[in-house]
Design a protein around this ligand. Sequence first.
Ligand code: GAL
Length: 307
Amino acid sequence: MLNAYAQVENEKWLDTDGHFINAHGAGVMFHNGTYYLFGEIKKGKTWLVPHQSWEDYRVPAGGISCYSSKDLKHWKYEGVALAPLKGQPGNDLDTSRVIERPKVIYNRKTKQFVMWMHIDKKDYSYSQSGVAVSNTPAGPYYYLHGVKPNGQMARDMTVFQDSNGKAYVVYSSEENNTMQVCLLSDDYLSPTKTYSRILINKRREAPALFKNNGKYYLITSLCTGWTPNAAMYAVANNPLGPYKEFGNPCIGKGAETTFEAQSTYVLPVNGKYIFMADRWNKLDLEKSTYLWLPLTVSNGKVKIKRE
Ligand code: GAL
């Protein structure tokens, strides 16, 4: 089954209708024997936001797509899981905004599917986590609110659900200088007051958190916008940390740019892992592609290798 990753490193990752898969900054939820892939819909002309200190290339916020698969190979398009809104610039889901890095988890108590994502304004000054819910895995999702957990900035993010049912949101905070991890409420709809600061002043983003053998592994990138850089991983005994930092998990040619990609998710599959990343095309964002590679953990060391 892990051979599925091989198909993903090319320009043509197609769904079962033969269309390009449009799911960037993606995450996967496994539910009742089916994998659900959620990602950013990138469509339209790329433009550069003027007067920014960084290369703020954008397309209109396209909302969130969903694809489903039983074997990680054949992906069926399930439609738009969270639709953007047109002509409502004050709304978090307006196409002029930023809707990125969706991650979905299932709450066994409320029987709801809960989506967390990064919501922003085009200059990234808004820095919030958005929350949406649905009673069905593929949606449509209903947007509840955007939040700054404990008043803290929240940009690039992921959500992690532990085996004991507790869930956490992990986000680049404090002007991207420091990450934070915040425990979610039991219904997964809001942040709690329990949070920690991690990777302090390390300027990390694109977090992907997974668990192996009772330990928590966090893969992140450096902050260089759409341009790829070297990944780093850190390990903890608790999702809230403290995290001990290790080096780059990537090995071989291209390791210093994460093989020209940026982390988005680590998917556990029968005791093995798939490292999911985005290969951004900053000048034409809708042409961005994907990279999936096998990830291994051995004696506490993470390795991501391109065969
Ligand atoms: C990246 C981030 C992406 C996107 C981009 C905008 O660093 O990981 O999700 O926000 O910046 O430039």
